[in-house]
Design a protein around this ligand. Structure first.
Ligand code: NAP
Length: 342
């Protein structure tokens, strides 16, 4: 299936890199990328090197005349349009990944991802957003909800244009922890803390979006709502994000009040038996720094030595996640399944 990618930001480039290089995603055929400010040569450079991941290992060239980016020998059309209706998609695009972070709110016309269906891709059937959907757009995450496959199949069978959200990087790290604890011991309530690497949504110095990205700042996190949405659960929870100046690599701590008593060993056994086990990694050292996670393509890297139990029913679990590539990989698992049933 031919897939178009809108956006050339951190997440879009991570998605493109993994789709081009990882065997698990070889069926994902991105044939067209649309950017806004970025020139074709700058995109080639960013695909070769990135500040967080360093050398990509990809061979990247450009054909300026043909307007194409050539990644590992694959020719990908490149265009630069800011309005979804104007993107001159190549023929045959059936699915668009929107990774701008802008077009994800159905209730606001200028930010509405359904605008893609008014565009040039006449055979376009669906849009997947690399972020939480807003204004009535549901979020999905690979293996999270027990009815995930049925729900996606129902969307596809309807043969109507659909848009779905892909939640967030923090939600991707949080879901396997909270859901595993809930399924094994029951979660009464929980508090989530993330220490999050920098993204381009932060101001470099004090500005309209907040304080300097060089300082650690307190922010809200949407991951609490998004976790319940993808799990279709109503676990009482709140949370906070500490935004740091780290390049990539984030940290999450889940502090849960359990319904049943638990031990550290029982919690670890629950993770090893859970449906998330194939997407959880464990570090070789007990407490690595956030940069250690870069290039890890799992939902979360759990820190077993850091699990704390207080009074038998309060469990504190910690993990690391690559907010760029870990998220992109798990997002692509959702896209891969969706493309296989369309
Ligand atoms: N970074 C992460 O760790 C991460 C992880 C998971 C999910 N996400 C989500 O992914 C989305 C993108 O985040 P990001 O970090 O990749 O952001 P980013 O690096 O700032 O990239 C955003 C991209 O969207 C383009 N864009 C912005 N406004 C546009 C408009 N009006 N029309 C067309 N294109 C537009 C930008 O173009 P220009 O180059 O011209 O600015 C850029 O290519 C956000 O919703 C974010 O929450 C981010």
């Amino acid at each position: 299936m031919k897939i178009g990618l809108n956006g050339t930001g951190l997440t879009a480039r991570a998605i493109l890199k993994l789709a081009m290089t990882i065997d698990e995603f070889k069926e994902i055929e991105i044939v067209h990328v649309n950017g806004r400010g970025m020139s074709l040569s700058a995109l080639r450079d960013r695909m070769l090197y990135s500040t967080s991941q360093r050398h990509s290992g990809i061979s990247a060239e450009i054909d300026e005349k043909g307007g194409e980016l050539i990644l590992n020998g694959h020719r990908i059309k490149y265009s630069r349009e800011s309005a979804p209706e104007q993107i001159p998609w190549v023929n045959g695009i059936e699915l668009v990944i929107d990774s701008t972070g802008i077009f994800r709110d159905k209730s606001k016309e200028n930010k509405n991802p359904y605008r893609h269906f008014k565009g040039t891709a006449k055979g376009l059937r669906g849009v997947v957003i690399s972020a939480p959907g807003k204004g009535g757009i549901d979020d999905f995450m690979w293996v999270a909800s027990p009815t995930l496959k049925e729900d996606l199949q129902a969307l596809v069978v309807k043969e109507e244009p659909f848009v779905i959200g892909g939640a967030s990087c923090t939600t991707t790290a949080t879901v396997p922890i909270i859901d595993t604890l809930d399924e094994a011991f029951g979660v009464e309530s929980c508090f989530l803390t993330t220490i999050h690497a920098a993204t381009r949504s932060q101001d470099l110095l004090d500005g309209s979006k907040g304080w300097s990205a060089f300082d650690t700042q307190l922010h809200t996190t949407g991951a609490t709502k998004s976790t319940n949405r993808v799990l279709k659960k109503k676990i009482p929870m709140d949370g906070i994000a500490y935004r740091t100046s780290d390049k990539d690599g984030s940290f999450v701590q889940i502090d849960c009040l359990l319904k049943q008593e638990a031990t550290k060993e029982a919690i670890l056994a629950a993770f090893k038996e859970s449906k998330y086990a194939p997407y959880i990694s464990y570090p070789k050292v007990s407490s690595p720094p956030s940069s250690y996670i870069r290039g890890d393509h799992n939902m979360v890297m759990l820190l077993p030595d850091e699990i704390v139990i207080i009074n038998k029913k309060r469990a504190i679990v910690k993990g690391l996640y690559d907010n760029e590539e870990g998220y992109a990989a798990h997002f692509l698992r959702l896209v891969k399944y969706l493309a296989s049933i369309m």
